[in-house]
Write a protein that binds this ligand. Structure first.
Ligand code: PHE
Length: 378
């Protein structure tokens, strides 16, 4: 082998060993909590925000002496937005890393299979942001910190019909994603109930970047608005391609639009679009503004809904461990069942499925910024 190859090998080995010693490790007695989020992949801003929200919560608890006098130690795993990876990472966290509880994950399509793993191992799990009903149903160890899509779809449909005064809507969703398909159907049900017409209801395959075929059909049906219940990367591309095909009507989406990258991808096409969400940094309540300031001080950016809900979900879990007085999974689950926590995104108190009842906000994309427009109570 050439000399430089040997040098490279030595450098890599030394770096690996050094990293092993420098990397923070859990100590005996720490309360080890698993965090699962899509830190890379199709919607990486979701995972980064989520990780930051949980880290801020853990840092604040640790600064106050931890939980039950023990330090919180986070084991963070990247599910890459892929359901199979979410399952294998949760399994690894539970079996190898011996986590006492899991905060995660973000996307419903990942949280649905992952929650079965946590349930079977009797490890309590709270998803900050997975909104599909199937995440928690029939699983008493599984909770979430956000509202559900039957509510979110209803809020979207009411907004389109009553506030925007529109009667004809086309819908484009991802056929392989429980969240986008579910939200499309919940929106449709309410919009039709109100007396509106869904002029086109089209699905696209997962992982594509060309939506012309579906959009051509939808636009030909003459909608005044296209509903795009999809993540920001697809939503940005869909808006762009719809405009290029001559569509001049409105766009409406759901919480999946919440990313600084929506406008980077969608550009002018997404301007004037509306979406339903969980949280706005412009909410003037002191609990929100205090959180926004602490988050900004630590990370240098404004928190989005993913960061706020991850912060809330982590706090609810830590508080339950404290009230349980134990790291036993069943005791934590029982403490979660009776939680009543004043969180940044609203009070979190669970129904029999482990779901809280929360309000929604309407956000408008104006001048390339996400502007708060209204709060909608359940
Ligand atoms: N609600 C989405 C899902 O269930 C995830 C999400 C929440 C994305 C909030 C962005 C903001 O898949």
């Amino acid at each position: 082998m050439k000399n430089w190859v040997w040098i490279l090998v030595v450098v890599l080995v030394v770096a690996g060993v050094a990293y092993y010693f420098v990397k923070p490790k859990a100590e005996v007695g720490d309360i080890v909590i698993g965090v699962v989020a899509p830190i890379s992949g199709e919607a990486a801003t979701f995972g980064i925000s989520t990780k930051q929200g949980v880290e801020l919560a853990a840092e604040e608890w640790n600064a106050n002496g931890g939980i039950l006098g023990r330090k919180i130690f986070l084991k963070v795993a990247d599910d890459k937005g892929d359901p199979t990876t979410a399952v294998s990472e949760a399994t690894r966290l539970i079996e190898m890393e011996k986590v006492y509880a899991i905060v995660g994950t973000v996307m419903s399509k990942c949280s649905i299979p992952m929650s079965s793993v946590a349930q079977e191992s009797k490890i309590p799990m709270i998803s900050p942001t997975s909104t599909n009903p199937k995440v928690t149903i029939g699983k008493d160890f599984i909770f979430r910190a956000c509202f559900l899509d039957p509510f979110q779809g209803t809020v979207g449909a009411n907004f389109a019909y009553k506030n925007l005064g529109l009667k004809k809507v086309g819908v484009l969703y991802d056929i392989a994603n429980d969240y986008t398909k579910g939200l499309a159907e919940f929106f449709q049900a309410q919009f039709v109930k109100l007396g509106g017409t869904i002029v086109a209801f089209e699905g696209h395959p997962a992982g594509v970047t060309d939506f012309h075929a579906q959009l051509t059909k939808i636009i030909a049906a003459g909608p005044e608005l296209i509903y795009i219940p999809d993540y920001y990367n697809d939503a940005g591309l869909i808006a762009k391609q719809a405009r290029a095909l001559g569509f001049t009507g409105a766009f409406l989406g759901g919480d999946g639009w919440d990313s600084p990258d929506l406008v980077k991808i969608g550009g002018d096409a997404i301007e004037g679009g509306f979406y339903t969400n969980h949280f706005s940094k412009d909410d003037t309540r002191p609990i929100v503004q205090d959180f926004v300031n602490r988050f900004k001080a630590k990370f240098g950016t404004d928190p989005d809904a993913l960061a706020a809900l991850a912060y809330d979900a982590a706090n609810v879990m830590f508080d339950a461990i404290k009230r349980a007085g134990s790291t036993d999974g069943t005791k934590i689950k029982d403490a979660l069942k009776v939680a009543k926590f004043s969180a940044v995104s609203g009070v979190i108190q669970f129904d029999e499925n482990g779901d809280p009842i929360k309000s929604a906000v309407i956000i408008e994309i104006k001048g390339g910024k996400h502007i708060y427009r209204a709060t909608v109570e359940p």
